[in-house]
Design a protein around this ligand. Structure first.
Ligand code: ZN
Length: 309
């Protein structure tokens, strides 16, 4: 089993100001936990910036150039109350999407089995022309479209277990019959979407909302009864995970009660499904997770599972 760990130093320079929960220390916490000798077998790869054409499969040129014009020389430019550009944000965002693309290249070409992409800013709230909820470019959507366009993937499944609904990803793939988007998330909660009735034009959107206070049993029940059967039936060539760890019980933003063990179990169950139709190909991308210690422990558990350890 060869597992990639993809990251980039620019993720440490995107800083939305003191007290913002989506902070550079998140990546430092992950790095610190992955210094453990259990992770020696990881193949560590530096992300490259995403090629423009990869981003253009998700975001129009007008949006990308508007983002570029909005970058401040110094200080911060707010695109929404929680989503701010600093002078280094776009470099980090281009490398975050580029890390996702590179991981897809490695896994689709067979030079790696699984990959975890530890980058920020996250992406699942970003729509084609909307930055919101700490997200600027939709990394997982860029990865899915790249897999189809460059590697001939006919069906890509995305499973999003961040505590927040991946509204941007849902919007991008609403009318795309070749991408299955499945989400577990707390509801009602930010950003307000993700009801079970939201199914997309081709019934390829699958939402499994969880009440505030739901724990591991409820999460695994949602996987067992809703998410995993749909992914199996879809028979994807590639499984992408929008891996947010803010459904952890210690997370300051989320109201669910998952533990790192739940993330490990969910990862193993998703890998079993990927074994059936996708030759085990799994690429996982960091989304949320704001308690630094819980984030580090959860990513460790998730990556160990991806390593088959
Ligand atoms: Zn989140």
């Amino acid at each position: 089993m060869r597992t990639l760990f993809v990251t980039h130093a620019s993720g440490l320079t995107h800083n939305m100001g003191p007290g913002h929960p989506e902070q550079p220390d998140r990546l430092r916490a992950i790095e610190r936990h992955l210094e453990n000798e259990r992770f020696q077998a990881l193949a560590r790869v530096d992300a490259v910036a995403a090629p423009r054409e990869a981003l253009l499969r998700v975001h129009p040129e007008s949006y990308l150039s508007a983002l570029e014009r909005s970058v401040p020389r110094e200080g911060l430019t707010a695109l929404d109350p929680d989503t701010l550009l600093c002078p280094h944000t776009l470099e980090a965002a281009f490398h975050a999407a580029g890390g996702a693309v590179a991981a897809v290249d490695e896994v689709m070409s067979g030079s790696a089995d699984t990959a975890f992409v530890a980058v920020r800013p996250p992406g699942h709230h970003a729509g084609p022309t909307t930055a919101m909820g700490f997200c600027f470019l939709n990394n997982v959507a860029t990865a899915a479209r790249h897999a189809a366009a460059v590697h001939g993937a006919e069906r890509v499944a995305i499973v999003d277990f961040d505590v927040h609904h991946g509204n941007g990803t849902q919007e991008i793939f609403w009318a795309d019959r070749n991408v299955l988007f499945c989400s577990t998330h707390q509801a009602p909660y930010y950003p307000g979407t993700g009801a079970t009735g939201e199914r997309g034009d081709f019934d390829t959107i699958v939402n499994a909302p969880l009440w505030a206070g739901a724990g591991g049993d409820d999460f695994h029940e949602a996987l067992t009864t809703v998410v995993l059967p749909r992914v199996k039936r879809f028979e994807p060539d590639l499984l992408l995970i929008s891996a947010g760890f803010d459904a952890h019980q210690n997370d300051p933003l989320g109201g669910l009660r998952l533990t790192e063990h739940d993330f490990s179990e969910a990862t193993k169950r998703l890998m079993d499904v990927a074994d059936r139709s996708a030759k085990g190909r799994v690429v996982s991308l960091l989304e949320g997770g704001y308690d630094l210690d819980a984030l580090g422990r959860s990513v460790s558990a998730h990556v160990l599972a991806l390593m088959g350890a």
